[in-house]
Design a protein around this ligand. Sequence first.
Ligand code: MN
Ligand code: MN
Length: 458
Amino acid sequence: MSQLSYKRTNVYEVADEKLMKEIFDYAEGYKTFLDEGKTEREACAYAVEAAKKAGYKPFEFGMKLKAGDKVYYNNRGKNLYLLKIGTADVAKDGVRIIASHIDSPRLDLKQVPIYESEGIAFGKTHYYGGVRKYQWTAIPLALHGVVALKDGSVLNVKVGEDENDPIFYVSDLLPHLAAKQNVRPLGEAIGGEDLNIWFGNVPYTAAEDDKDKTVKENLLRILNEKYGMDEADFLSAELSLVPAFKAKDVGFDRGLIGAYGHDDRVCSYPAYTALFDEPSNEHTVMVILADKEEIGSEGTTGLQCALFADLIDEIATSFGVSSAAIRAKSMCLSADVNAGFDPNFPDVCEKHNSAYISHGAGVTKFTGSRGKSGSNDADAEFIGYLRKLFDDNGVIWQTGELGKVDQGGGGTVAKYIANMNVSTIDIGVPVISMHAPYEVVSKADLYENYLAFRAFIK
Ligand code: MN
Ligand code: MN
């Protein structure tokens, strides 16, 4: 092929022994992060601990920042801002921002979840984010989250991860009796109100009153003994059912990782480790681990919250410059996953413009749907800058779009930051089976994503 054509590079095809070792070693730390941080709260807590080890101190509003400062802002335990103040003039150099998210699709318990039917105690759920409901049946689920009690204390709950823990379950039909379900459209095979969690089956036989000899009563008794909570405490709880699987290598050659929640921990982990590992201190860098991306970035912990602008204001105040000037000079990598081309389902992707597994970090100029609607559609000039930056630093990267024109689509946090007058583009790892309980990524893409972030903040 001539030098004039664009060709993607397969990382594993060109990697020497040293790079292969770096790729495989780096993946081990990532797998631990996946297993320890299955919810935004857990991922946030894990990253806060890593930040403390890296010398980051808690930021409080009103604090005067100066060059060399390394601070973090833990927003309600679900959203983390990491900030390293550089030596360059922030009004001229702006802030290098990497914005990723740590929430993932799952099943959330409703506020009055527990009911009993025919001797089974169930939990009602409302799914969070875009799930294909049929995929969440007949797999082991773990219960993660918090219960805020009336005395002001907060219970941390994590059941189903330990080898000896029970797990939870959503049932599906047996093939023998599924004839009618089989002919329904896939999206209607399992309804939203069918995602009921199997919580128990043993009645409370010690009850004095016959009407209390129920499975639900026994379940409430166990919860009371274990956590000191009663049914009303679910009203002020955030409890989620997530897949109970651990992260594992996929395939005999171990080049891929299977796990729950690669979207978007596969960008969050490289974002904060790139920040901690990068010794240069010229640029001011902000790494964001956001919540609520999967449901539109709304609310106090989503990226549409004023907190982002407030923190830029705090930097501006510290240096006596305008935040508008800082934002105008800032650049942002919206670090989020993209759809990897799956040879099993080639029809939904256009092969010239898809991101391919193990072909490096995937840069996505636009997302959205039906005529790029809802996308920030990054400037050619900004991509030009990044092309040179990545190529000069030996980063293997590729371009990739989210599926064929009019096939579907999606969005990221990119537009919310771009709307603040910050040059922003999407970059991330191509994922197979995105939003499924078990997703797959390439270790090579994870590592190239990390190298891209290192180059961006250097
Ligand atoms: Mn995402
Ligand atoms: Mn997603």
